[in-house]
Design a binder for this molecule. Structure first.
Ligand SMILES: [Zn+2]
Length: 316
């Protein structure tokens, strides 16, 4: 019993590592040679070498793609406010400078994960105030293990920790733009928030939405498939057809793609739950390919079909 559970976990870690390696490393980089460093270190290397793509979202709001999770940038006379900090410095700094002048004033973290908070330390040093849910600070303050990544994150250095923390819905105003910070019940982790740029009708959903990709779900820090579904349902209700929606990973999209994601999660949950109720083991459910009709489109990024099935199985 014990050994089969250990084996399942190892299979999950390996399949996730390979997909993430492929997604993060520059083309032509030697994946096999680097795998010994593990998923987390590998993706950090990939982010440092990544080309950052800058897109204008709406008005004075842009998004930076390529250094871990998507980074939203609100810029104006008062400087810059960022949603999430990415993982690397040089390429992100160059992209920020390219958007326009003005100091880095605020960084809001959507949750505690390293691919959204590694940049906190250098951004704080550059003058930014870090803002996040109090649980993000709590998770970053102590050694935190993520079983599925086979990695224990040490406590973050003091400068990387959020200085302004909140528990309930919070608002700030920057560059004449209202920014609402809205916590979720545990979903992808137990630290998730969405950030709503009310006047612009743009929202950053953090990792409660992966546009076009199976999501990672961090059971080690409070995430679950049912929490993800609840957050997706709330997100669909909170937006309109005109809202521009920034996912944690994947391209900027809208309500149509967000609704497809919610439906995918529900469908996978129901299919896997049916098989588990019949008494099938995780390996047997993976072998039955319950997400087959989605795999070619959704299963080619960080979380492949088998890993996603195991993440769902763990929560039903
Ligand atoms: Zn995450």
């Amino acid at each position: 019993m014990q050994s089969s559970r250990t084996l399942s976990r190892r299979k999950f870690v390996v399949s996730a590592s390979l997909a993430w390696a492929g997604a993060c490393l520059a083309p032509g980089a030697a994946i096999a040679a680097d795998l010994g460093d593990g998923l987390v270190q590998l993706s950090r290397k990939g982010a440092a070498a990544a080309k950052i793509v800058v897109r204008t979202v709406r008005g004075n709001l842009s998004v930076l793609e390529g250094s871990g999770g998507n980074i939203a940038v609100l810029h104006g006379p008062a400087g810059k406010l960022l949603v999430d900090a990415g993982m690397s410095k040089a390429n992100v700094l160059a992209a920020l400078d390219g958007i326009g002048p003005g100091p880095l004033r605020y960084v809001v973290n959507t949750h505690w994960h390293y691919d959204h908070t590694d940049g906190n330390a250098w951004m704080h040093e550059a003058g930014a105030t870090i803002v996040a849910h109090e649980s993000t600070r709590r998770r970053m303050s102590t050694a935190t293990r993520v079983e599925a990544w086979n990695f224990t994150f040490p406590p973050s250095p003091g400068g990387a920790l959020p200085e302004i923390v909140f528990r309930g819905v919070t608002a700030l105003h920057f560059n004449d733009t209202a920014v609402a910070l809205e916590p979720y019940a545990p979903a992808h982790t137990d630290t998730d928030i969405r950030v709503v740029f009310t006047d612009l009708d743009v929202v950053h959903l953090g990792d409660t939405w992966w546009n076009g990709h199976y999501p990672f779900i961090d059971y080690s820090t409070g995430g679950s498939i049912n929490g993800m579904i609840r957050a997706a349902e709330e997100n669909v209700v909170a937006v309109t057809d005109k809202t521009i929606i920034i996912p944690g990973h994947g391209p900027v999209g809208g309500r149509k793609q967000l609704t497809e994601f919610r439906d995918l999660l529900r469908s996978a949950r129901d299919a896997v739950a049916d098989l588990k109720k019949q008494g099938r083991s995780a390996d047997e459910v993976v072998a039955a390919k319950p997400t087959a009709k989605y795999d070619a489109t959704w299963g080619t990024f960080f979380v492949g079909p088998d890993a996603f099935t195991r993440l769902v199985y763990a929560g039903v």
